[in-house]
Design a protein around this ligand. Structure first.
Ligand code: GBH
Length: 476
């Protein structure tokens, strides 16, 4: 006799959105076409030593030329929604600190055609306005350490929302400002590659402000569109229940979660984070009125989840363990966290070295539901990198990825049952793509890309995901 739980599929709520996600610099290529000017990732990837094997996004998946083929693939898989990002340097290629400059019709045209292609395929477009490809000219004027970058971003958002909003139901202002600020300006493993803690905290605020200004722009230019912000929030798990490990967890929670959630949800910065970082900055970049702009109501909170964050107090008796996935030899993204250690875990890991723990997904979604009651949540990224295993018939048998997806979809389901209002899930990623500092060495796609021929081949995980979508359920 079989129990109900072992035979029943886990059914998702009616109307649950099933998607996949990508980002412009990771897939488009065509960096010198259509009037596009350089972004910080062009500069960074072309700087020797910054990206594995010297890989760049110059060609990537050539999606700029192959988007119709890629949309056809999405349609075959049955996606109901697709999250992609707009490359700012395609929209206003002449932007400077002082002025947005002219709108580039070719840039708008590319995304307009993509939106039309998606709608014709019955796929709802979700646009991320910023997934890390800042126009280089703005970086030259201070980048996210400069208030003018946030102001120009608000104007750029208005342009995109006005041009596409009638056909785009959801705009996500920023993707993972944690990465833009701390990996871009503190650890330097992402563009622009700076290592200056004060700059990183100023970037945190200007990114939050950019979100607020863009949200207001979208409301004005396209009142029918919904507005979201995507954060890579952490499920911070202290190793023991000691008071010292709790202190380590508080620091990390402050820098990763609360410094982004509090201004948006409560209109304030966490006092403990400001106190912890007082020796780094006096936070004078926060000006009167900023927090009102940042805390305007959101329609959806986007959550990206990959792995848990385990922390403990560093005793200084032995070298600090590095479990941050970027290895040694770079500055820490964790400001004022000298006493915090990210202990190495002896558990299963993806090809990124990130621990696999779906419980963190459930806990994180439930926490958001508790702290922001009634706020709709979407999982805007979740997925895993694994090396390809190709069988004799040439199939990519990515059983590891299917296992990862199964356990994480079950975790999302559990959070929904526990009361978290999760309305959609975007798998990262549709295609193998340019994995930032790792270049093409890491493959996150459910569709394999041969970088010599640009041939796309669905992996077994793509067929698995198509099944999930068809049944609106995780099969037993
Ligand atoms: C996302 O970043 C990006 O939005 C997407 O573009 C990218 O391709 C995808 O994920 C895969 O990387 O580093 O061990 O401390 C996620 C980046 C991953 C950074 C998890 C923080 C914390 C674990 N984040 N990481 S660790």
């Amino acid at each position: 006799t079989q129990t109900a739980s072992s035979t029943d599929a886990l059914q998702f709520p009616a109307g649950f959105l099933w998607g996949s996600a990508t980002a412009s610099y990771q897939i488009e290529g065509a960096v010198n076409e259509g009037g596009r000017t350089p972004s910080i990732w062009d500069t960074f990837s072309h700087t020797p030593g910054r990206v594995e094997r010297g890989d760049t996004g110059d060609v990537a998946d050539d999606h700029y030329h192959r988007f119709r083929e890629d949309v056809a693939m999405m349609k075959r898989l049955g996606l109901t929604t697709y999250r992609f990002s707009v490359a700012w340097p395609r929209i206003t290629p002449q932007v400077t600190a002082d002025s947005l400059g002219p709108v580039n019709p070719e840039g708008i045209g590319f995304y307009s055609d993509l939106v039309d292609e998606l709608l014709a395929a019955g796929i709802s477009p979700s646009i991320t306005l910023y997934h890390w490809d800042l126009p280089q000219a703005l970086e030259d004027a201070g980048g996210w350490t400069s208030r003018t970058t946030a102001e120009r971003f608000g104007e750029y958002a208005e342009v995109v929302a006005a041009a596409l909003g009638d056909r785009v139901p959801l705009f996500i202002t920023l993707n993972e400002p944690w990465c833009s600020a701390y990996l871009g300006y503190a650890s330097g493993v992402h563009a622009p590659g700076r290592t200056d803690d004060a700059a990183a905290l100023s970037a945190v605020h200007h990114l939050n402000l950019a979100h607020g200004l863009a949200a207001a722009s979208i409301r004005r230019a396209s009142p029918s569109s919904r507005v979201a912000l995507t954060l890579n929030l952490a499920w911070v798990c202290p190793e023991t229940d000691s008071q010292q490990d709790a202190e380590a967890a508080r620091r990390v929670d402050g820098l990763q979660n609360r410094v982004f959630l509090d201004p948006v949800l409560r209109g304030s910065y966490p006092a403990d984070v400001q106190a912890d970082t007082a020796a780094v900055t006096d936070w004078s970049f926060v000006q009167p009125g900023d927090l009102e702009i940042i805390s305007a109501p959101l329609d959806v909170l986007g959550v990206n989840y990959y792995s848990p964050t385990r922390v403990r107090h560093w005793t200084r008796e032995r070298p600090k363990e590095h479990a941050d996935g970027h290895g040694e030899g770079h500055a820490s993204p964790w400001i004022a966290c000298e006493d915090v250690e990210f202990p190495f875990q002896h558990d299963r890991k993806t090809d990124m070295g990130w621990s696999i723990d779906p419980r963190g997904m459930t806990e994180l979604l439930l926490r958001i539901a508790r702290e922001a009651p009634g706020l709709e949540i979407m999982v805007t990224e979740n997925g895993a990198a694994f090396p390809d295993v190709v069988n004799e018939e040439g199939r990519v048998v990515d059983t590891d990825r299917i296992d990862y997806l199964k356990s994480h979809l079950a975790a999302v389901h559990e959070a929904i049952e526990g009361g978290a209002p999760v309305t959609g899930y975007y798998l990262w990623s549709l295609l193998d793509n340019f994995e930032w500092a790792w270049g093409y060495a890491k493959r996150f796609g459910i569709v394999h890309v041969d970088y010599d021929t640009q041939v796309r081949t669905p992996k077994d995980s793509a067929l698995f995901y198509a099944d999930v979508i068809r049944g609106n359920a995780l099969p037993s």
